[in-house]
Design a protein around this ligand. Structure first.
Ligand code: IPD
Ligand code: CA
Ligand code: CA
Length: 272
């Protein structure tokens, strides 16, 4: 069995299994386009002072949408490059797609980026897939069933103390104007933990929390496509996802805190 057949075989609900398969296939389609374009000159447009969009974002998004429409027709789609500003939480089934999370990394040749595809039903996550094309790592989760990396089950860490924790964060695109909130949080967390990473792709950060490479992630001002898939990866891998004060999470709120069960309350005490 290949890695997609393996994860699909774990998923007990037949409809959910076919949606998981569709998401995995679409993620590989988008990822292979990004991989091919990685070592070519890029076309870069600016969405804001430091917010880029490249030919790979656009090409990946079209290919992912075509693949999902073919494998799982009739489901609504919310994808970053075509969604517009202020996306609202939809009802029913919806694919939430980041065709290239970590565009700045991609544009600079820093190989930390991914395709992220989440499926929500009335705001509840059913399927989450994050695919890192340069590493050929396919993270997948199916609600109530588990989370896997290339077909092998993954778990969050068991780290219990902040001083032993490697945590990640990210900076919003308006950081030049709104530095204070980010610096305040860094000043609060940095002296308590082993170290902090700002690697530049929230979906990958969440996948890394799910598989135990990171102990936690917190970040403000994210969009639904940054977290819809990673949210389910972390919870299915045994972790907790909330807002900064520990309240219920939704990708339609801008802030996220994800960590294992021991560290999560300690981080909410610092950030909440
Ligand atoms: C960005 C990345 C980054 C995060 C930004 C996101 P993009 O997504 O996830 O890590 O800090 O807030 O917008 O623009 O590369 O898809
Ligand atoms: Ca993103
Ligand atoms: Ca993106």
């Amino acid at each position: 069995m290949n890695r997609i057949e393996t994860v699909v075989s774990y998923c007990k609900d037949a409809e959910q299994a076919s949606l998981l398969e569709a998401a995995c296939r679409a993620a590989l389609v988008g990822g292979s386009i990004i991989h091919k374009l990685y070592n070519t000159p890029h076309t870069i447009e600016m969405k804001g002072a430091i917010n880029l969009v490249t030919e790979a974002d656009v090409a990946s998004e079209s290919a992912i949408i075509a693949s999902l429409n073919e494998d799982a027709p009739g489901i609504s789609i919310m994808a970053e490059e075509s969604a517009g500003d202020n996306p609202q939480a939809p009802t029913g089934l919806v694919w939430i797609i980041d065709p290239l999370d970590g565009t700045t990394n991609f544009a600079h040749g820093f190989p930390y980026f991914a395709v992220s595809i989440g499926l929500l039903k009335d705001g509840v996550p059913l399927v989450g897939v994050v695919y890192c094309p340069m590493q050929d790592e396919l993270f997948a989760a199916c609600s109530g069933t588990g989370a896997w990396l290339n077909g092998k089950p993954i778990q969050v860490t068991e780290t219990r103390f902040l001083v032993e924790a490697l945590v990640a964060t990210g900076f919003p695109y308006d950081i030049h104007k709104n530095l204070d909130a980010v610096l305040t949080q860094m000043g609060t967390v940095l002296p308590k933990v082993r170290d902090i990473r700002r690697a530049g792709a929230a979906a990958v950060d969440l996948a890394f929390v799910a598989c135990g490479r990171l102990d936690g992630l917190w970040e403000m001002d994210l969009q639904p496509w940054d977290t819809a898939a990673g949210w389910l990866l972390v919870t299915e891998a045994g972790g907790v996802v909330s807002d900064f004060s520990g309240q219920e999470y939704s990708p339609f709120i801008p802030e996220i805190l994800a960590a294992n069960r021991s560290l999560h309350p300690l981080l909410t005490e610092l950030l909440g």
